[in-house]
Ligand binder design. Structure first.
Ligand code: APR
Length: 235
């Protein structure tokens, strides 16, 4: 069984999604300014400040019943979690096989020598406009180990995700708008291989019509009982 998750699974933990028109992160900042390689080249101090704030915010949240349900499924099946999320809520809920397609907000590296950064990070309870990133010994700047628009996905996480989807007996797609590729191509790969896909999302997405079944509920309310509902959902 493979779960593909997006920002929606962390929404009930208090983590904003990206594209919600009112509360979404992209409603407040320009994604191509703040979350792209070009934006980093132009003004690293703005990008760094924004990620410091998100990093700080992520430490103050807890997994919800959606994350916990996915972790508990490991008692019944071999579960692989493919996530677009840069938070660590799946791991903190107890999931053992988690592949981060878009990196992690808890890892930092030099943008020149790629060396890992282990230094202290300042607390950032409120977002500020600019903070200069720390400098690496090589002279490069320290950046978050997340995948920005225009950047390639980490090879190993991608390979493991394609394998986990291709070998699955069921794929559950939860809390994603299914518009950002290549991640959004994974449910299509499953369907093309005759693997049932269940979408859990309060709102319809471009995947909804093709999905084997859809559950129009939030992650924390739907996932705890999803295994029992499989017979009725998959007929
Ligand atoms: N439970 C389940 N789904 C939810 C919930 C919830 N409580 N709340 C919102 N959703 C759904 C929304 O309806 C929406 O379809 O979660 C989805 C969130 O979509 P996005 O904000 O687009 O997030 P995501 O799909 O993860 O974005 C993909 O885009 O911005 C980049 O790199 C970023 O990983 C991110 C990628």
């Amino acid at each position: 069984m493979t779960v593909l998750s997006g920002a929606g699974i962390s929404a009930e933990s208090g983590v904003p999604t990206f594209r919600d028109v009112e509360t979404g992160l992209w409603a407040k900042v320009d994604p191509y300014e703040i979350s792209s390689a070009e934006g980093w080249q132009r003004h690293p101090e703005k990008v760094w400040a924004w990620y410091l704030w998100r990093h700080y915010m992520m430490q103050g949240v807890e997994p919800n019943n959606g994350h916990r349900a996915v972790a508990a499924w490991e008692d019944h099946a071999e579960v692989h979690v493919v996530t677009q999320n840069v938070d660590n809520l799946h791991e903190r809920a107890g999931s053992e096989r988690v592949y981060h397609l878009h990196g992690s907000l808890f890892e930092f590296r030099c943008d020149r020598c790629q060396g890992e950064f282990q230094g202290e990070l300042p607390a950032m309870p409120e977002p500020v406009e600019t903070v200069m990133p720390p400098q690496c010994r090589c002279g490069g700047l320290i950046r978050p180990n997340v995948v920005w628009f225009g950047e390639a996905l980490p090879d190993s996480a991608w390979q493991k995700s394609v394998e986990a989807v291709s070998n699955a007996d069921l794929v559950v797609v939860v809390g994603t708008s299914s518009i950002v590729y290549p991640a959004a191509g994974l449910p299509e790969l499953a369907l093309a291989n005759g693997i049932p896909v269940i979408e859990v999302n309060p709102e319809p997405t471009p995947l909804s019509n093709a999905a084997t079944a859809t559950v129009r509920e939030s992650a924390a309310s739907a996932l705890p009982t999803l295994l029992q509902r499989l017979p009725s959902l998959l007929g």
